[in-house]
Design a protein around this ligand. Structure first.
Ligand SMILES: [Zn+2]
Ligand SMILES: [Zn+2]
Length: 347
């Protein structure tokens, strides 16, 4: 059996190391993808911390791009050599949700880097490739595509499908990590006025550069400050962190008929935040959850990236090699030194 390089951990919280493991098998309905770039995401960090249990030893990584190296016999729409990316939620391809194009909520979904080995490796296996694998326009580089697979796509869908952001709307973005900065950029591009909130001044500075009009340092009085500066609250607010405090602040800073979109995963002790449902009724607020974006919706986003209306490449803070991927994941335990997304580049 052939071996490949992969970054793996055998224990929660132990720094992942570069090792040699067996290459994955190509599923009959799937493909093997030669990974060329893969992002380092907060969700990988959560799994590594044991917040979201995985089978050990584990290879993380779920936002990636590369070339198809092998195609299973049941696949009809994909070919060896194609440049592709994949949503972090892969659908089964057979259930009512997948058939309706909503693979992001497929009950039998798989997630590379969570339910199985991920893309911190030279090869990754993706099932139901006709549904899940998305071809890339030639102009979209692997690093850019890897950077948009999870956080950027999630922010895009949260603001467009759920938030229904209109020109001149106020949009509050709670948390300016990868997904939050993506939301700032996308909301600004949609013509909205953005209030960015974060505890890190480095992150806020970057949010300002990307178009946020008002910067608010995170703390106890976030809600009243956002309501003040927007003259009564925002039309749309996203929690891009996933904590009790940020979810609560996000719902509380909305004006009547405003829309909260929960993007940050709520895990562990943050899994059931006490939301002010009295306010939801009185102000007719909408509460949405956003879980990535299905392959069906990628072409519209990739077109905006291809035409450079949206620039996820500007959110890439640093590129590292596969040998540095474990340290990059572990570094997420500390406040960010650099703003933006870390992408692992494979040669
Ligand atoms: Zn992610
Ligand atoms: Zn399905």
């Amino acid at each position: 059996m052939n071996e490949m390089r992969a970054v793996q951990y055998s224990e929660y919280g132990a720094v992942p190391t570069l090792v040699s493991v067996a290459e994955p098998h190509c599923p009959p309905d799937g493909v093997l993808i030669e990974v060329r770039a893969t992002g380092v995401c907060r969700s990988d960090w959560h799994a590594w911390q044991g917040h979201d249990p995985v089978q050990l030893p584990h290879v993380p990584g779920h936002e990636f791009a590369g070339r198809i190296a092998e195609v299973g016999p049941e696949v009809t729409r994909r070919q060896v050599g194609e440049r592709v990316t994949v949503p972090f939620v892969c659908g089964c391809g057979r259930c009512e949700f997948c058939l309706a194009g909503d693979a992001q909520v497929c009950p039998q979904q798989t997630q590379p880097g969570f339910t199985g080995p991920g893309s911190f490796a030279e090869l990754v296996a993706i099932p139901a490739a006709d549904l899940n694998v998305v071809p890339l326009p030639d102009s979209v580089e692997f690093v850019t595509a890897a950077s948009l697979g999870c956080r950027f796509a999630t922010a895009y869908r949260a603001l467009t499908a759920h938030g229904r952001v209109q020109r001149d709307d106020w949009v509050a973005v709670h948390g300016c990590g990868g997904v939050g900065l993506s939301a700032v950029m996308i909301a600004t591009t949609l013509g909205a006025r953005v209030v960015a909130i974060d505890v890190s001044s480095v992150a806020l500075l970057r949010a300002g550069e990307l178009g946020a009009e008002v910067l608010v340092a995170g703390g106890d009085d976030v809600t009243s400050r956002v309501v003040d500066v927007t003259n009564g609250g925002t039309q749309v607010s996203v929690d891009a962190v996933g904590s009790t405090a940020t979810a609560l602040a996000s719902v509380s800073c909305l004006r009547p008929r405003g829309r909260h979109v929960q993007i940050g995963l709520l895990q562990g002790r943050h899994s059931t935040p006490p939301l002010p449902m009295d306010r939801v009724v009185a102000k007719e607020l909408e509460i949405h959850g956003s879980h990535g974006m299905a392959a069906r919706d990628y072409p519209a986003l990739l077109e905006l990236v291809d035409s450079r209306v949206l620039r996820p490449d500007l959110l890439v803070g640093q590129e590292v090699g596969l040998d540095e991927a474990g340290a990059a994941l572990a570094a997420m335990s500390q406040p960010a030194i650099r703003a933006g997304i870390t992408v692992v580049r494979l040669n």
